[in-house]
Design a protein around this ligand. Sequence first.
Ligand code: SF4
Length: 340
Amino acid sequence: MWTKDFKTSRIKDNNILSKCEIEGLIEELYTIGIKSIYFCGGEPFLRKDFLDIVKYCKSKGLYCSTISNGYLINSDLAKQIVISGIDSIGISIDSANKELHDEIRGFEGAFDHAIEGIRLIKQKQKEYNTDFPEIFINTTISSKNFFFLPAITDLAKSLAVRRINFNYLSIVDHNTVKLTNQEMGEKIIGFHTFSDISPEYLLQKEHIDQLESVIENIKKRGGSEIKCDLDQALLSGNKDHLLKGKFSVLRCNTPWLSAMITPFGDVVPCAMFTGYKMGNVREMSFRKIWNNKRAMNMRRLLRKNLPPLCQKCCMVHRGTPSLWKRFYKKFLKRDSHDQR
Ligand code: SF4
């Protein structure tokens, strides 16, 4: 389902922001009161100085989190992860069954690497006598793994992981891209938004018929030990939406609360609208970009009407407002912990 070769499908290094440029940017973000940075991929550990950047963020007291496939985490990297002070790290595991996980991820050994990555970080936490980072399992729900989801709670218990995020697959097809660009009057879908995943990976009727019992089973097996964050899409139980992978959206507050900065320094409204460049941090300050005409224009358009792409956006079907509420609560708690 995912890329078969994540190591070679990486963005070309030409012109990506240097560590020095990123530190300058972090300095500005800190000065204007940003509290939290989420490093999304691809695979963050492909960038060799990633943890140096995390350390810099932590020296400013910023909350930092990321998600990894765990493939590159060896003993030394696990140690560096713990030392870096990163607050939370999600490891992608799509099945407790090794063969199925490897099949979904597209390469042999993916499961063993992910499990080993978690074990090594846990081991280093003990050595350094710390609970940080919080490790959670990040699971993408698809037709492939649906009936096997409850077993991931047992795997989490065996690894002493206390949280699993179950997210429904988000598929952005050609037609949605075309309609969105038409509606917004320009090409707002940029690199890595389009996901060439077959619709057969969306839940099918036989899965939807068992939806309640699978959810019940996940909750029962997770018990009080494992916090299972189930995608709002599943909890809503709207069969039609789940079958089509398309959700009704009235409002999204993401471009008012956050922005995404690409590896090349472009500031875009969110992880899906990567073609809508509001400015580049090499050319002007983040504060100026955040308040400029293009940024305002995007928010104005979104206030009027959300384009078709938004119906397929995982930020929305996960339930953005509650997600943000939980997120803020969490890093503010950590903030006060750091200041003690
Ligand atoms: S719904 Fe998704 S794609 Fe649409 S504005 Fe919100 S975050 Fe961006």
